[in-house]
Write a protein that binds this ligand. Structure first.
Ligand code: BTN
Length: 267
């Protein structure tokens, strides 16, 4: 697979027959050389993939797309402030949500904060963003289950495009994702990193299935909290209303959705 459509969309697309981790590979290259933003590495055989919060990410050879994109965000007035980087992996989750929705128009698709893509409540894609402070950039990796069979699923809460009824061509999917990611990131940078003004926040809210739900969040420090997810803040963090009425803002964590919170009855 040579990915001709995707190749048109980025300054460089490295197609690897196999890679231990496209994130690690791209980060190593970006540390060693001044690569342009949107340099991309892709494989369908990732052998030592990294997941969020120190976990592994694995898929049988040929069953999933592993794609990593280097983003070096610059606004008209200079490099994007580091506290505005939080919207970049959310943009990736939203871009993949839009891409999957085009493949599966009849399914219920949404992203679970911070950036898992779910189809009919099951995870089809995960995103891992790794900062490259020395380059002022971030490597955004996405793993999308394509042709994975039920027997090959890593966990029973996962799914794949083929299980859900799409035999999507990898180049079409990758090109859709890269197009959407570029649009969302460029729009965000054109406003100087203002997610509200660029429309990124509104679009993220519209496809985020975490908002309005009772959630339990496992935090990176080993702690946890429970409450209702109410909003995305100015930096893309999740605002959670606790049982005692206080708001807690979470930058990273593993979210479990509980039941949908019914709206307040009219007075
Ligand atoms: C998650 O835990 O949900 C995030 C998984 C991210 C996996 C992708 S596959 C491409 C890139 N390379 C990696 O090693 N990990 C990410």
């Amino acid at each position: 697979m040579d990915y001709p459509a995707s190749r048109e969309l980025v300054p460089e697309l490295s197609v690897r027959p196999s890679s231990p981790s496209t994130n690690v590979e791209l980060a190593e290259r970006a540390r060693a050389a001044d690569l342009p933003s949107f340099t991309t590495v892709v494989t369908t055989d990732q052998t030592a993939g990294k997941g969020r919060l120190g976990r592994t990410w694995s898929a049988p050879a040929g069953s999933a797309l592993a794609v990593s994109v280097l983003v070096v965000p610059r606004t008209a007035s200079g490099p994007l402030a580091l506290d505005r980087f939080g919207w970049l992996p959310i943009a990736a989750g939203v871009a993949m949500t839009d891409t999957v929705a085009r493949e599966l128009p009849d399914a219920s698709i949404g992203f679970k904060w911070p950036n898992d893509v779910l189809v009919n409540g099951r995870k089809v894609c995960g995103v891992l963003a790794e900062l490259l402070p020395e380059r002022g950039g971030v490597v955004i990796g996405a793993g999308l289950n394509l042709g994975m069979t039920v027997e090959q699923l890593p966990v029973e809460t996962a799914t794949s495009l083929s299980i859900e009824g799409s035999d999507a061509d990898p180049d079409t999917v990758l090109a859709g994702y890269l197009t959407r990611l570029r649009e969302l990131v460029q729009g965000y940078l054109d406003t100087g990193g203002d997610a509200e003004a660029s429309g990124l926040a509104a679009h993220a809210r519209s496809c985020c299935i975490t908002l309005g739900r009772a959630v339990r969040i496992e935090l990176p420090d080993g702690g946890s909290l429970e409450g209702t997810a109410t909003a995305l803040d100015v930096d893309g963090r999740l605002v959670v209303r606790l049982a005692d009425g206080r708001d807690e803002t979470v930058a990273a964590g593993d979210v479990t959705h509980a039941r949908m919170i019914p709206p307040e009855p009219a007075a």
